[in-house]
Design a protein around this ligand. Sequence first.
Ligand SMILES: [Fe+2]
Length: 307
Amino acid sequence: MNKVIYEKGLDISYEKILRDYLRTGQKKDLYQIEKFSKELMKEGIGPEVIVEIHLKAIRKINKNKSTYSRKTIDESFTFLMEGIINYEIACQEYLASSEADYLVKIRDLNQKLSEKLAENYLGVVRALISALELKNSYTRGHSESVTRYAVALAKKLKLSPEEIESIEVAAVLHDIGKIGVQESILNKPGKLNDEEWGEMKQHPEFSYRILKEVNFPWDVKPIIYAHHERYDGKGYPAGLKGREIPLGARIIAVADTFAAMTSDRAYRKGLSKEAAIEELKRVAGAQLDPELVGVFVEILRSDKERL
Ligand SMILES: [Fe+2]
């Protein structure tokens, strides 16, 4: 209620200032218009509200649209805008003079914004994963295990918090491209034929294409693209070899292989932890990075790390 009265008061006082100028056409009345908008800006009233007040007053005063000329009305508007602009300039000068304070405020705002952005991105990640889970029930637990193993390995390697975060997001999303693979292939109990396998092998590229549209703050795309490369260069899609494969992708390959070996599938029972460790050692140097396998086996065997 108060706001309405307040705005009404403003409308009336501006109408009076504008009427004075339109009647006299004198410069001193134009300065009153400029002063008016500057004062309102100082009180925190936004430029769009000030312009609205001006338009309302013009509509009221110049009802039959021919009482005052376009040029006179335009000039009143120019001075109204000058008040707004001059106030903005004065503010910027003040901010520049207290730069330290200004920078602290900006940094604070930036921090809040990036937190908000990260939250939004995680929302995108969750939405993508639930879309995939609808299609392939195996994925849910699998992504979770791969993420847990990959993060444990990245931490053991003492990677930076940023690298660990990238690997975590990449691990959650590594198979997102399976959205582009037919459901009958994804859920087929048993071995895939050549044609089906050919389609399945496209999923890292599908992942890359899906994520290309999302400008994540983490460098996850190269990791996800390369998660099926092999240490001996016989993997896909690019046939990268050894350290050509991004570290994050080599880490996820170890985690992914272990998670796949130890989980139950419709057509076979998962391996025990010990049998899976033996299998990891067997493929180290061919499929997987041998150093990473060594560190991962250490984690699996240590009593403290319960994976
Ligand atoms: Fe995959």
